[in-house]
Write a protein that binds this ligand. Structure first.
Ligand code: NAG
Ligand code: NAG
Length: 192
């Protein structure tokens, strides 16, 4: 009997040890769980939407919508190094007076030394109808003197949760004196 005891207690300690490891593992995994597609409204078919918008980048004048926050490298002909923060109106038509449906908020940065090429990082924040409050996020390369520039839509919020797609940007009007530009954006977005 006296010789059995130590064996039993060793088993018992091993048993406790196993239980505590198992519960520690369960605790660690409890922050991840399978989610219910239905609860998140994802049991519908994915939609493809096309938005045509005009993006107004106002650089000059007393009320600019694009503000440089980092100046370009001094002797660069492509403004390399420049960063501008934007809050650009998005309208239905090419004129500023046409209906505003949202704003493009973010920044662009001159990231090419060979040509004028921008890195665009912006959210299209919609303000119209059922889209009010929803956003899509665009991150891509914009060589502004190319006829059509394509950039990915990398995500979204609200009605655009799980969004993916692309935009095509075409300069509608550019004023070399002020730097102001109106760009047509055709956005193709898959979402639920
Ligand atoms: C820019 O600076 C570099 C180094 O100082 C120089 O070699 C180059 O010629 C400059 N480029 C221009 C366009 O002035
Ligand atoms: C959009 O939503 C905001 C905040 O909820 C509200 O103040 C605004 O009036 C709405 N705009 C439109 C056009 O519905």
């Amino acid at each position: 009997m006296a010789r059995l005891l130590p064996t039993l207690s060793t088993h018992f300690i091993f048993f406790l040890f196993t239980i505590s490891i198992a519960s520690a593992l369960a605790d660690e995994e409890s922050f991840v769980r399978a989610a219910d597609r239905k609860l998140l409204g994802l049991n519908k078919k994915e939609k493809l939407s096309h938005f045509k918008l005009y993006w107004h980048d106002i650089v000059g004048g007393r009320n600019p919508t694009a503000v440089p926050v980092v100046m370009p490298s001094k002797n660069s002909s492509t403004a390399f190094g420049m960063i501008s923060v934007i809050d650009d109106p998005l309208t239905m038509g090419p004129e500023m007076s046409s209906k505003m449906v949202g704003r493009a908020q973010g920044f662009y940065s001159a990231t090419s030394q060979q040509e004028v090429g921008l890195l665009m990082a912006m959210n299209f924040a919609f303000m119209e109808g059922k889209y009010n409050g929803s956003t899509i996020t665009i991150l891509g390369r914009n060589t502004v003197f190319s006829k059509v520039r394509e950039m990915p839509v990398i995500g979204g919020s609200g009605l655009f949760r799980f969004a993916r797609g692309y935009v095509q940007a075409k300069t509608h009007r550019f004023d070399p004196a002020t730097g102001d530009a109106v760009v047509e954006y055709n956005c193709y977005v898959m979402h639920y």
